[in-house]
Design a binder for this molecule. Structure first.
Ligand SMILES: [Zn+2]
Ligand SMILES: [Zn+2]
Length: 182
């Protein structure tokens, strides 16, 4: 992913200060993302990042919270839906080249922790698999494409399901076949 870094923490004040914590509370601008199925995630900026970074002897524990709003199209009618997100952050950063990297850790080099992968993963985990503007969204007419929530059209709505057609045919054959019992 070729994103600019979303947020970096300069950890020099924490180097050689095990147990010390730095706190951040900052607004963050997050670029639009592409989600599963090429869905556009449009961020409503700014988002809010709350962060605690604790020094643990060359390793750094990062925890916090990222909150914000974004827009995602309704799966049925394509109307944009505005959604809130509130996601927890947690990671252990270890120096690149550490002999015993923690299993779920993230590597850092120099005096900076790059939070980009952590933030993006946290957002991705919270994106809904399905998104509808309302449970009874009528969607778009499959024939003319009009939004059936706000308009009506005269298209033949009962689009025939080809799978059902096959099933009916099969039933017919079964019933109408050699029904001859003597
Ligand atoms: Zn909808
Ligand atoms: Zn129509």
């Amino acid at each position: 992913m070729n994103l600019e870094s979303l947020f970096k923490v300069n950890i020099s004040p924490l180097q050689d200060a095990p147990g010390e914590t730095m706190e951040f509370h900052t607004k963050l601008s997050i670029p639009n993302l592409t989600g599963v199925g090429n869905r556009l995630i449009e961020m409503i900026n700014p988002w809010v990042l709350e962060l605690q970074v604790t020094s643990l002897n060359q390793r750094f524990q990062v925890s916090g919270r990222l909150t914000g709003n974004y827009e995602l199209s309704c799966d049925r009618c394509l109307e944009k839906v505005r959604l809130p997100m509130d996601t927890e952050l947690f990671a252990l950063y270890y120096p690149d080249g550490d002999h015993f990297p923690p299993e779920e850790g993230l590597a850092y080099t120099g005096d900076e922790l790059d939070l980009t992968p952590l933030l993006l993963e946290a957002i991705n985990l919270k994106l809904p698999m399905k998104n509808v503007c309302s449970l009874d969204c009528k969607g778009l007419c499959p024939v003319c494409g009009i939004d059936l929530n706000t308009h009506t059209c005269n298209c033949q709505k009962e689009a025939f399901d080809p799978r059902l057609a096959g099933l009916l045919k099969w039933k017919e054959q079964e019933g109408g076949g050699s029904g001859g019992q003597s």
